[in-house]
Design a binder for this molecule. Structure first.
Ligand code: ADP
Ligand code: MG
Length: 200
């Protein structure tokens, strides 16, 4: 088994055609809280992966999970982490991002961590990964915040193309989701609130 990545809270190993995501102990957290968080994130991620599979939205395909061991097994996706290739063809990739978010939101799935490190491009198909902060919600507010997190991620990691990229993503989102207009209206409220908070 080869380690392929170590994120903020998990190690990822590749074994054959599958990937094992192993949430490790974070010793700075109180042990009980740590175990609770790792368990709940593993459970959440497995649940959302199963839903994504059921809906046919491209993501890492669920194989199995173990809540005691805090491990999830899923299919390995070849290709590139979007972060590494995004700037080279950002209009095309922004459209893929907007469409995938629309598919998720239509089905009341909130990703919770929409960064280009949590997206893998394989043969022109964009797969979303990393559902540890995901949840199910039909609330306009939750969907708006999801889009706001995408905006912040694009602004911080792809600032040179950010404005056009974000506009393109929202435009495509609107094409594929009939509720988009309401969500984008709420997004403006969310952002005003953010600016207000930053001042004080
Ligand atoms: N199914 C997968 N196929 C291929 N690579 C993956 C897969 N899942 C995760 N990875 C790689 O591991 C990295 C970290 O995975 P991720 O689920 O985002 O963990 P973390 O919660 O630590 O951020 C990803 O950025 C990607 O490079
Ligand atoms: Mg991640």
């Amino acid at each position: 088994m080869n380690q392929i990545a170590q994120g903020a809270e998990a190690r990822l190993f590749k074994a054959g055609n599958s990937v094992l995501k192993d949430r490790f102990i974070k010793s700075y957290r109180h042990p009980e809280l740590d175990s609770k968080l790792r368990k709940s994130r593993t459970k959440k991620e497995a649940k959302i992966l199963l839903k994504m599979k059921g809906l046919g939205i491209p993501s890492s395909e669920y194989i199995s999970h173990d809540e005691k061991e805090m491990k999830i097994e899923m299919k390995f996706i070849g290709g590139d982490v979007l972060k590494n290739v995004f700037d080279s063809d950002f209009e095309k990739y922004s459209k893929l991002i907007g469409k995938n978010i629309a598919l998720m939101h239509k089905n009341n799935l909130i990703h919770g961590d929409l960064t280009t490190s949590n997206m893998i491009l394989n043969d022109d198909v964009l797969h979303f990964i990393d559902f540890g902060l995901s949840f199910v919600s039909d609330k306009t507010e939750d969907k708006a915040v999801d889009l706001h997190l995408l905006k912040q991620a694009l602004e911080s990691k792809h600032f040179e193309v950010f404005e056009k990229a974000y506009k393109t993503a929202l435009n495509e989102y609107s094409k594929h989701y009939e509720e988009a207009e309401n969500i984008i209206k709420r997004l403006e409220v969310v952002e005003k609130r953010g600016r207000y908070k930053q001042q004080y």
